[in-house]
Design a protein around this ligand. Structure first.
Ligand SMILES: [Zn+2]
Ligand SMILES: [Zn+2]
Length: 124
């Protein structure tokens, strides 16, 4: 009975670890159930897969630089857009483009939208 318990706990731990390390959870859980919970130890020493993304269509893990899914041939959306960075005109520190107050020097920032909607013919 206790052996079965070890097996089940091992499979759960393998699942959690595999998820944390962005690996194939199903494969690791199944592997530790069918083979040995000692797979958890292997999983522990394996590095986290950082440069992977998941196809939103079929769930296949893809390399970050892949733009088309290998399995379903669906185009991949761009990775989470990085917040636009602009430079504070007062202290020249990098701040987010949406920022209205500089977090470094605390000064009010000129709004980009105002500049973009600037129309010369309004000043006839
Ligand atoms: Zn896919
Ligand atoms: Zn500043």
């Amino acid at each position: 009975m206790s052996v079965v318990l070890v097996w089940i706990i091992g499979a759960i731990v393998a699942g959690v670890l595999a998820n944390n390390k962005r690996r194939n959870v199903g494969a690791w859980v199944l592997g530790s159930l069918l083979l040995t919970p000692l797979l958890v130890i292997i999983l522990l020493v394996l590095p986290t897969l950082e440069d992977k993304k998941r196809c939103p269509n079929c769930g296949l893990w893809l390399k970050k630089e892949e733009t088309v899914c290998r399995r379903c041939k669906k185009e991949q959306p761009d990775p989470a857009p990085v917040a636009d960075i602009k430079k504070c005109p007062f202290c020249a520190e990098s701040i987010k483009a949406e920022a209205v107050v500089c977090k470094h020097c605390g000064r009010d920032l000129p709004r980009d939208e105002a500049q973009q909607s600037f129309k010369p013919y309004e000043f006839k």
